[in-house]
Write a protein that binds this ligand. Sequence first.
Ligand code: GLP
Length: 248
Amino acid sequence: MQLEHQPEIVVLQDPEAVAHFVVSEIIKQVKLKANSVLTIPTGKTPERTYELLVEAVQNGEVNFDKVTLRMLDEYACLERKDSRTFQNHLRRKLIDPINFPNDRFQTIDSWPEDDFPEEARRFENLIKRTPSDLTILGIGQNAHIGFNEPPARPTDRTRVVQLSDDTLRANKKDISKHGKRTPEFAITQGIGNILESKRIILMATGKSKADIIRQAVREAVSAHIPASYLRLHPKTIFFLDRAAASQL
Ligand code: GLP
């Protein structure tokens, strides 16, 4: 049996405060270690965080010249130019506005000409010797982190996963595009990769996340609540707004 830890839980007034706190944690991390490796998520939750981070980098409040940014997950089978890829999303929100160089941006590619299991292996080989210093996560409606859908195992590595009906439903607005195929698979860092990170931040905002946050924090650690595995890590912080924390 693995030792369980009580995660630090920081409850803040609103999503704006959550974004400010997460940015200040990122700045602290990079000031402590200039060549930090940061795993970064997509989804709506971190969007404001990226806006504030772009401002901080542009103002010279933090220097990203030695930082490595690493993707957490990606849909499989979208074209290189498809705006729905997480990679293009991150490029629009963070990478391009701060002129972050490609050679320090560790990406998972979605392009259809690739062999996905091979792409997952390539990424796993790229990251396995240098665990992230800080991994930032959102949480899905079914408690997935990255695209680690339930049931998940704490030893899972980067791999191809099939998206659950819950996730397809929750992400429908973002991934259904007229006349285009909806991705049914994804490549994700596994829970094992996430737990190797030196520190982890999970951010969640809004009432729709309240029940799943309660499960992740209060119910028994289990494969059916992938985010509950974060309690196996001694340095995890949950940054929540009041609505997301309302069932704790
Ligand atoms: C996607 C991503 C997750 C993200 C989740 C929640 O499914 N794979 O990494 O945490 O969406 O997204 P949102 O922040 O939009 O609620």
